[in-house]
Write a protein that binds this ligand. Structure first.
Ligand SMILES: Nc1ncnc2c1ncn2[C@@H]1O[C@H](COP(=O)(O)OP(=O)(O)OP(=O)(O)O)[C@@H](O)[C@H]1O
Length: 803
């Protein structure tokens, strides 16, 4: 035995030598590789030194090579290093891992062009990660109310960032002169409400992009006309049954409508800028862009964080905040196919976990402190590059993912200079004051990809479906001060969970393409936006009024909110005048039961409207289907607003308001109509007929309806099983590691003089049985999952193809 151990030790040392060459630096680099490897598998905690085993690490190689699947030299190298990290001899031999060559405190970087001044999300961030925990704690009011002194650490001169990344030129001179007097108001609830009164809790705006080259080349007409600040009309080219062409007008009204001449700067000023001061008052704001692929979501969203960061930094330098030790932090990640990836951390897969207080933590997400606005632009560029050249490597994929950039203001403890270096963790953690999330959503039409041939595409489509529906539901719920916020409806809403409770502000920018070829998608986008706004409380002051029982056909649902009236039209409600109460109800009424679906009440025209049916389809549950059957009884018109008998008052809000209605004439073919270029007209008509047929079939509960909805449910189940499989796999590895430790102990014991071989044999037999059981359990789960995938594949082939 002693001999074999000596040989093992030699092998181990030799292995290390051959793996790393000579020297400790190389060994540490190996540790880093191993740590990264573990982190990529979601097992970073296993890399933490274990100082309690009391095992000689020279024994490690004996175990590594035995039956744990390390086949290739590379795998064996990894296992060597893994075992070394386990630190069986109880010494803290391995340095804490640093994820990249980036150094803290502004020290130069060695592996990339970016030089963030600081970063968070160190390797090894786990459930008890301070950063994650601190994020969930809001500042107490006393903290904000502290008196201030000028901080010697902050530069007096607030250098303004010149926007040279984007075609937006900030011409504003910003400095002390721009100091917003409102910010210096004392911080208490009543003042808070006074200050918040001019910022709507939810704001829905539309941005129309210009016709692009492709559309111009195809001679496509611009079918969207913006008549004033808040109104727009879609002129939908259609064909009658006798093939006579006509144009159907659809009028919409939102909080603001930006036409193709509006600049990014103006969009910022109208949407995000008013929210910025509230971030310092414990607000969690969300700004997202919704729309079909190519409608301008990214074009619109990209400059916003930059401008926001500029303003946030400016506020940080205001006298009120200068001494508060506030810092601005940035993170950027992506949700792709229901999984999270760090766009500023080499697309590392991130794990979402709930802590003991049901607060969501994104484990491992890197967060960077930004004191210089210029760096924000670099981060955005870096993140965007990671997004479009990610694992799939195609630009196409960017429209299938949700990108989320978060800017957070945190309050940090004052750290004395002398202690600074010893206390990095504390220095980097801070209490969240407020934050703003910018979300570039997946292309809205991607949710309709559930009928694609490729299973992966279908699963992704279903996930997009779910998230878009869930997002809408959460926004509605939070605006209605509902106790139940259905954030569990999707990964996206779960991630944004803390933005749905307490003080929150939401801006939705609906991006639309003006071309006739995109008309159907444009209408779908506008309808989605319309529902976000019109079904919310602040979006509809007439919520409590009796509904109009006779909705008109062929009229779009104009936003029923007087708050959506144009500013110039004397609407005192353009901004939400309600007193916004701080309601951190989400923490008190945690939705454990995932009753998301029961609150998703607006199953209306979407379901009879070909494309939108798919957008919503995945998340519909029986209750909604039942309501749908009741509510749509006998109606075949696409634009009819039908409501079920048992609808709640939210549904009633959709009754069009006469004062908001505008002409919806049926025009003869005019400027907007070009016969030749409207080959899709016939399609539109036929798709509408198909919709009607679908609807009729749906209403009668036929097989077609089931065929359309069942697979989506199935896909959701598959996604859940996939998560469970991955969790089981991780657990199996953890168990194996535990068993390895026990085996090491056994070997150590049996090597001691006078040890009993019988004990060794019995215990080894027991340990090996456990190891086998753990493997068999995982294999069984894997087989079940494989079976489920096959089943889904067969089902999807049987599905009735959509026209
Ligand atoms: N308002 C606008 N003015 C000028 N060009 C625009 C505008 N909006 C979008 N574009 C251009 O249209 C193209 C598509 O825009 P963008 O990439 O932002 O679309 P998207 O909705 O983000 O698409 P995807 O969902 O596929 O990511 C880009 O070339 C962009 O520069």
């Amino acid at each position: 035995m002693q001999q074999s151990n000596a040989a093992a030790a030699a092998l181990y040392d030799g292995g290390r030598g051959s793996l790393h060459g000579a020297g400790n630096a190389a060994t540490d680099a190996g540790d880093a590789v191993m740590a990264r490897w573990l982190q990529s598998a979601g097992l970073q905690h296993l890399a933490s030194p274990v100082a309690s085993t009391g095992i000689d690490n020279r024994l490690v190689p004996n175990l590594l090579m035995q039956g744990y699947g390390a086949q290739s030299a590379e795998e064996k190298q990894r296992l060597f290093k893994l075992m070394r990290n386990l630190n069986f001899n109880g010494e803290s031999g391995s340095e804490p891992y640093t994820p990249t060559a980036q150094m803290l405190g502004g020290v130069a970087l060695s592996d990339g062009p970016y030089s963030p001044p600081d970063f968070r999300g160190d390797f090894g961030a786990g459930l008890l990660d301070l950063h994650a925990m601190d994020d969930t704690e809001l500042l107490s009011e006393e903290v904000l109310a502290e008196s201030f002194e000028p901080s010697p650490l902050l530069p007096e001169d607030t250098r303004m960032f010149q926007d040279d990344f984007y075609p937006v030129n900030s011409k504003r001179e910003i400095g002390e002169a721009d100091f917003d007097a409102s910010i210096s108001l004392p911080m208490n609830e009543s003042d808070n409400s006074t200050r918040e009164h001019n910022v709507a809790k939810i704001k829905v705006v539309v941005r129309k992009r210009p016709l692009n080259k492709k559309e111009l080349a195809k001679n496509e007409d611009d079918v969207v006309s913006v008549s004033d600040y808040a109104y727009l009309t879609v002129h939908e080219p259609k064909l009658k049954v006798d093939l006579t062409a006509y144009v159907e007008k659809h009028d919409f009204c939102f909080d603001a409508v930006f036409d193709e001449n509006v600049t990014n700067d103006e969009v910022y000023r109208d949407t995000v800028e008013p929210i910025i001061p509230t971030i310092f008052e414990r607000t969690k704001a969300t700004c997202f862009a919704y729309g079909q692929t190519g409608s301008g979501k990214t074009y619109t969203m990209q400059p916003l964080p930059l401008r926001a960061a500029e303003d946030l930094v400016r506020h940080l330098h205001q006298p009120l905040y200068r001494n508060q030790n506030f810092k601005l932090w940035l993170s950027y990640f992506e949700i792709y196919g229901g999984k999270l990836f760090d766009l500023l951390g080499d697309r590392k897969k991130l794990l979402m976990r709930e802590d003991g207080r049901q607060q969501v933590c994104i484990v491992g997400l890197q967060e960077f402190e930004v004191s210089d606005v210029q760096i924000v632009g670099e981060f955005i560029e870096k993140g965007n590059a990671a997004r479009s050249t990610g694992s799939t490597g195609a630009n196409e994929e960017s429209s299938r993912s949700h990108a989320i950039l978060q800017l957070a203001i945190k309050k940090h403890k004052e750290v004395k200079e002398g202690k600074r270096n010893n206390n990095k963790n504390e220095e980097r953690s801070g209490k969240l004051v407020g934050k703003i999330s910018f979300i570039d959503l997946a292309g809205s039409e991607r949710g309709a990809d559930t009928t694609d041939n490729d299973r992966q595409t279908r699963i992704e489509g279903a996930e997009i479906n779910k998230s878009l529906l869930a997002l809408k539901e959460c926004i509605r719920a939070l605006d209605n001060d509902q106790i139940h916020i259905p954030f569990r409806g999707s990964k996206l809403t779960e991630v944004l969970r803390d933005s749905f409770v307490g003080n929150s502000k939401t801006v939705m920018i609906s991006c639309i393409s003006p071309g006739a070829g995109s008309c159907e998608h444009t209408l779908n986008t506008l309808r989605y936006a319309d529902r976000v706004k019109s079904l919310s409380k602040s979006g509809n002051p007439r919520k409590d009024q009796p509904p109009n029982p006779a909705p008109q056909a062929n009229k779009e649902v104009s936003s029923t909110s007087t708050s959506s009236l144009p500013a110039g039209a004397g609407s005192e409600n353009f901004y939400d005048q309600r007193e916004v109460k701080a309601m951190d109800i989400g923490r008190k009424f945690v939705d454990k039961e995932s009753s998301f679906y029961s609150s998703a009440a607006d199953v209306d025209i979407d379901l009879v409207n070909g494309r939108e049916e798919k957008v919503l389809g995945s998340a519909l549950m029986d209750k909604e289907r039942f309501e749908l059957k009741n509510s749509c009884n006998g109606s075949t018109s696409q634009n009819v607003n039908s409501y079920s008998q048992n609808d709640n008052d939210e549904r009633m809000q959709k009754v069009p308001s006469p004062q908001r209605k505008r002409s919806s004439d049926i025009d003869r073919p005019a400027n907007f109509m070009k016969r030749d270029s409207y080959g899709s007209d016939v399609l539109t008509t036929s798709s509408k007929q198909q919709s009607t047929e679908n609807y009729n079939t749906i209403a009668s509960g036929s097989r077609l309806y089931e065929a359309e909805t069942f697979p989506d449910k199935n896909i959701s189940a598959i996604l859940e099983e996939e998560e469970a499989l991955l969790a089981a796999h991780r657990k199996e590895i953890e168990d194996t590691m535990e068993i390895v430790r026990e085996e090491m102990k056994l070997l150590a014991e049996v090597d001691k003089p006078g040890s009993l071989i019988d004990n060794y044999v019995t215990q080894l037999s027991f340990v090996l049985s456990r190891k086998a059981a753990s493997l068999v359990g995982l294999q069984a789960r894997l087989a079940r999952f494989q079976h489920r995938l096959k089943e889904q594949e067969i089902l999807s082939r049987k599905r009735v193809p959509r026209q």
